[in-house]
Ligand binder design. Structure first.
Ligand SMILES: [Zn+2]
Length: 348
């Protein structure tokens, strides 16, 4: 079985949204309703990945878990709500990694991730999806860094202090308005000083180029696909792909069918072949060493055939049997490309 290191999942957000009295133990010990938990990760050869903490859409939180808001009658999050939501998800992760059985480890270097893989522990890299919880003074960024945060997507699909959000729209170009604000640029610069991954997956085109201009490090899209194959605003145009090639960047292919299919549909009847079509297109444009997985488990809409994290070996099998990828290429796509990219950004 090929062990996988993956660019993006939302299990921590799902655990926070669940009404489980002890979400950390639920992840460690039970089979959960969503697409991943420890047991299924182990079955699937899911060795680790970037785990997002994320503030879901306000309407969703208000409808499903209103008791988790300071003021459920409000019509938007307060700054305090957004901060609380992130810290609660971080607290769930901390409970998971401090469990006495030590089956999961928070990693801040590639060496630690490799060690986890050897010791058969699940390797977690902490990622912040959308920086709204970080207020104007950026102090919380440093606090989160100290808590182990090593990757950040400054923007999600909504307007924030840091820039204009990108709505998932189909068919649509990623050129959807203004880019990073001055504060957004400061945030990106601070992340670069801290040698963190800066994720462009949810950026519109202007913000993408603003970021590319500020960074002297590989460009990373943790969960995005090729716009030419699926003209979804969240996907990357050929022009953008060139910037990944030039910076020796990294793209994790998203398994959400709306980002894979040429008709942009959320459709469970989607063949796993489209995942390989995107991988091959991206390899042709960016290079074999710069593509991997960015599943979006627990945050996307995946095909029936994949079902959940345990479907990963089916993708690998298809790489071997139908597409004839070499063992070495499979190894690169499944994890080495991610580990090498993280090492180049973070240092040894
Ligand atoms: Zn996302």
């Amino acid at each position: 079985m090929s062990l996988v290191f993956d660019g993006h999942n939302d299990v921590l957000t799902r655990l926070w949204l669940s009404n489980s009295p002890n979400p950390a133990q639920a992840f460690l010990q039970q089979r959960l309703a969503g697409e991943m938990d420890l047991q299924r990760c182990q079955m699937a050869g899911f060795a680790g990945g970037l785990f997002a903490i994320f503030v879901p859409p306000f309407e969703y939180v208000q409808q499903h878990v209103p008791h988790k808001l300071a003021n459920p009658q409000a019509d938007q999050f307060s700054q305090q709500d957004m901060q609380n939501i992130c810290l609660k998800q971080l607290a769930i992760l901390q409970e998971i990694v401090t469990d006495p059985n030590q089956q999961v480890k928070l990693c801040t270097s590639s060496a630690e991730i490799r060690q986890c893989i050897e010791q058969q522990k699940l390797a977690v890299v902490l990622h912040l999806e959308g920086a709204e919880a970080i207020a104007e003074d950026l102090e919380l960024l440093d606090v989160l860094y100290q808590a182990g945060l090593r990757s950040i997507g400054p923007l999600w699909n909504r307007q924030s202090l840091f820039g204009h959000g990108l709505k998932a729209a189909f068919p649509h170009s990623p050129n959807t308005g203004a880019g990073l604000t001055d504060l957004g640029k400061q945030l990106v610069k601070r992340c670069a000083e801290l040698r963190m991954v800066v994720d462009v997956s949810h950026m519109n085109e202007r913000a993408f180029w603003d970021t590319a201009e500020l960074l002297q490090q590989p460009l990373v899209a943790t969960h995005s696909n090729a716009h030419t194959l699926c003209p979804q605003a969240r996907n990357l145009t050929d022009h953008q792909l060139k910037a990944f090639q030039e910076t020796q960047g990294m793209i994790g292919v998203n398994f959400d069918t709306a980002f894979l299919r040429e008709d942009g549909q959320r459709n469970r009847e989607t063949s796993l072949d489209v995942i390989l079509d995107h991988i091959e297109y991206l390899m042709a444009h960016v290079g074999e060493a710069h593509v991997g997985f960015g599943s979006d488990f627990d945050g996307g809409f995946i095909s029936q055939e994949l079902e959940d994290v345990t479907g990963l070996p089916k993708i690998v099998q298809r790489m071997q049997q139908r597409r004839g990828y070499s063992e070495n290429l499979i190894h690169q796509l499944c994890r080495e490309n991610w580990l090498n990219t993280l090492e180049r950004i973070w240092g040894k």
